[in-house]
Design a protein around this ligand. Structure first.
Ligand SMILES: O=C[C@H](O)COP(=O)(O)O
Length: 249
């Protein structure tokens, strides 16, 4: 049985005081929900966020990690470091990491394996660019992103994988994939996983949609049978908006 998840990716926003303030407001306003609620603050504020949320059901997760155990990787963070501060989930493969920091499928496969080896859950992001959709290649692109980074994994680790389909053209643009476009892609992803593994794994993996999700469109997107929640960017930076999105699931 897959879980419903609403996750806020704060990206490079919110200093320490702002992080504490937003978490306090979120914890106070959190509605009753069956969904897992997660927030991903910046690394520099992550340990403080974990502590602030100690008595809350909101989970503070990481935006990224390196694949190496430790060593001369200036500016990077290891899986052990995340585990050590009480983090249990890491976002990997966000399109901004792919576009601005050169993260390839090959690097991401290593990161996913390194995270799973530390018993971290992985929220794996992928999605096509506008040109791919316009040329009708979106299914092919998504299939290869998932296949290249995830299909060498053993079947038994898939319970630690969460998928986040984020069409690049819908991220931070105000343009959302329609609920039907999201459903169509999520169903395709489940079919692809069924073919590579089996229907049980495909049916048990949570697939989130991300890309300009707002209180106004969340309910319609979340109503689709293969959409198990959302990875929220801009709207997660305002407590009332994030809370309204949680209420929509
Ligand atoms: O990680 C979140 C996504 O990039 C979506 O961002 P957005 O809601 O600002 O479009």
């Amino acid at each position: 049985m897959r879980s419903k998840i609403v996750a806020g990716n704060w990206k490079m926003n919110k200093n320490l005081a702002e992080t504490e303030a937003l978490l306090t407001e979120l914890a106070a306003k959190l509605p009753d929900t069956n969904a897992e609620v997660m927030v991903a603050p910046t690394f520099v504020n992550l340990a403080a966020a974990v502590q602030s949320l100690e008595s809350s059901t909101i989970n503070a997760i990481a935006q990224n990690m390196h694949f190496a155990e430790s060593g001369a990787y200036t500016g990077e963070i290891s899986g052990d470091m995340l585990v050590n501060i009480g983090v249990d989930t890491v976002i990997l493969g966000h399109s901004e990491r792919r576009a601005y920091f050169g993260e390839t499928d090959e690097i991401l496969e290593k990161k996913v394996k390194a995270a799973l080896a530390k018993n971290l859950r992985v929220m794996f992001c992928f999605g096509e660019e506008l040109a791919d959709r316009k040329s009708g290649n979106h299914f092919k692109v998504v299939e290869s992103q998932i296949k290249n980074a995830l299909f060498s994994l053993d079947a038994n680790v898939w319970s630690s994988i969460i998928l986040a389909y984020e069409p690049v053209w819908a991220i931070g643009t105000g343009e959302t994939a329609s609920a039907d476009q999201a459903q169509e892609m999520h169903a395709f992803i489940r079919k692809t996983i069924t073919e590579a593994y089996n229907a049980e794994i495909a049916n048990n993996v949570s697939i989130l949609y991300g890309g300009s999700v707002k209180p106004a469109n969340a309910e319609e997107i979340f109503s689709k049978p293969d959409v198990d929640g959302g990875l929220i960017g801009g709207a997660a930076l305002v407590a009332d908006n994030f809370v309204d999105i949680i209420k929509a699931i």
